[in-house]
Design a binder for this molecule. Structure first.
Ligand SMILES: [Cu+2]
Length: 112
């Protein structure tokens, strides 16, 4: 009987988790995955140029990931959220998320 109860409890727990997972999936209208959001970092930057899927930026240090201030090219993710118009010369806050290749890429950009 104890075994049966334990099995039942495990089953109910598993079912609860499954339902929680499904509810979780309903949030997929967010364009970034939860995994990406967890590892996301923010940095202030100046946009030097922005083009097809890539932006050259000069960003402030990002201590969370050990980056010093630098000028670099960053991939702009296809589903990146652009909060307003961003053009070369603009000061922005970047949200960087890890892309599929493990490299940080721009997941969102908002003018300062
Ligand atoms: Cu950099």
């Amino acid at each position: 009987m104890k075994t049966l109860l334990a099995t039942l409890a495990t089953f109910i727990f598993a079912a609860t988790v499954a339902v929680a997972e499904m509810k979780h999936m309903d949030h997929s209208n967010m364009s970034m995955s939860d995994e990406q959001m967890e590892g996301a970092v923010h940095a202030k930057a100046v946009i030097n140029s922005i083009g097809d899927g890539v932006a050259n930026v000069t960003h402030d240090p990002i201590p969370e990931i050990g980056w010093p201030a630098m000028t670099m090219d960053l991939t702009v993710l296809e589903n990146a959220q652009m909060m307003g118009e961003v053009a070369a010369g603009d000061e922005v806050t970047l949200m960087l998320v890890k892309g599929d290749d493990g490299m940080y890429a721009i997941g969102a950009m908002m003018p300062n």
